[in-house]
Design a protein. Structure first.
Length: 411
């Protein structure tokens, strides 16, 4: 019988790879066009009637780029649209949310010590919060449509801080920060789907009909594109945070996440000012360094780990009852728990890697799939086999996991 656990892991790898590829495409084009727009020379009287131009060199050739403030006099024969990068990034990201967090709710999404939610409740909160994010953000933009854009960003920051705190009150630390990243990414994709693309379609329709396009549509689209530009770096950080318990599993994780947004703003501000040829604001790097050091200091708060419940989670019971479980407990406690402990005894470790604690039978049963894949099928753990796990011990792990009757894919 084919090992469906391995196949399922490869499905996750494929979807994650797709998500990274599409995210690179979206972020790359977003960064490029913002830099291009800021760097345009607008002090030239161009015969074409364009608002600005830029000469660039890349890949052995020269590019002459012009931008029309509203639209050209007539519709070009061929027009390249930049939209699928955003859509594919969001769709693949949501697929990852389903595969890892919804289907793996016991391990990654729900922490009974935080909120003892039923799986359907946690998933409903997750989906509803993403929809709420777009509605709340779009409302902020409409309320402050004629105000200074700094006010819009301050209001958005307040929303993000509130959501950072909220997520840490309902989900595990790992899921909380990942959801904050998904919350922000949903706002960004919503900007493309609900605002930027429809506005551009209005302009194109006007050109085709011989009407003069209204400048407001381009102005609104540029505003939302600028917001996306400043939100991108924090989203990347939050999506990577699940690899580092110092970020997601500490007492002040929601404050850390909030400060990450400020770091993203200061870093992007430096690049944007540089691209606009308006100076070299070194203060932004000093501010970024201060934020980073503050985050590092906050991360020294006690790392939160899941408590070992006297009653095992339903998904772990099958593994605890499987043949060979007692032997596997002895193997894991002898080869792994010196690092994967609430208080690791391995020199240089201050917290359990990935936040995974393997000290009790219930914790070991709950991590059955990880142990099987990383210490059974592969030699990923222990790293460089530092604790000298024997081939016979790895085989015992494999036999134990398979004896649990893994006949269907489990999250």
């Amino acid at each position: 019988m084919y090992d469906w656990v391995v196949l399922w892991d490869w499905v996750e790898i494929a979807v994650r790879w797709l998500h990274v590829i599409t995210a690179i495409a979206w972020i790359g084009s977003s960064f490029y066009f913002i830099a291009l727009d800021l760097g345009l020379h607008r002090d030239r009287n161009l015969a074409s009637g364009a608002d600005g131009e830029e000469w660039q060199v890349h890949g052995g050739g020269f590019y002459h780029i012009q931008k029309y403030l509203v639209a050209p006099a007539q519709m070009p024969d061929h027009l390249v649209w930049f939209k699928w990068e955003s859509y594919a990034t969001w769709l693949s990201g949501f697929a990852m949310l389903v595969l890892v967090y919804y289907m793996g709710h016991e391990m990654y999404l729900i922490d009974p010590a935080v909120a003892d939610l039923a799986p359907w409740q946690a998933i409903a909160v997750s989906i509803a919060s993403l929809a709420f994010g777009w509605v709340a953000y779009n409302t902020i933009c409409k309320v402050f449509v004629n105000a200074n854009q700094t006010l819009v960003m301050v209001a958005l920051f307040a929303l993000l801080v509130a959501m950072a705190w909220f997520y840490t009150q309902v989900f595990s630390g790992r899921a909380a920060l990942l959801h904050l990243g998904a919350f922000t990414a949903s706002i960004m994709s919503g900007n493309v789907f609900f605002i930027i693309m429809p506005n551009q379609r209005v302009v194109v329709a006007d050109l085709k009909s011989g009407r003069k396009p209204d400048p407001k549509y381009g102005k609104i689209a540029k505003q939302r594109s600028t917001h996306n530009n400043y939100l991108t770096l924090p989203v990347i950080f939050l999506m990577l945070s699940n690899h580092y318990p110092l970020v997601f599993a500490t007492e002040y994780n929601w404050i850390i996440a909030s400060l990450v947004f400020l770091m993203g703003v200061t870093i992007r501000h430096w690049f944007n000012i540089q691209h606009a040829r308006k100076g070299n604001p070194h203060w932004t790097w000093a501010a970024t360094a201060i934020f980073f050091l503050l985050i590092a200091w906050l991360s020294t708060a006690p790392v939160q780990t899941r408590a070992a419940d006297s009653a095992m989670a339903p998904g772990a019971l099958r593994y605890a009852a499987a043949t060979g479980f007692d032997d596997v407990v002895s193997i894991v406690q002898g080869r792994c728990s010196m690092c994967h402990a609430a208080e690791p005894v391995w020199d240089g470790l201050h917290y359990a890697p990935k936040g995974v604690v393997l000290e009790t039978p219930s914790q070991i049963a709950a991590e059955a799939k990880r142990i099987y894949l990383q210490a059974g099928l592969s030699h990923a753990m222990p790293p460089a086999n530092l604790s000298y796990m024997e081939p016979e011990e790895r085989e015992a792990i494999i036999l134990w996991f398979r004896s649990a009757g893994q006949g269907a894919v489990e999250g």
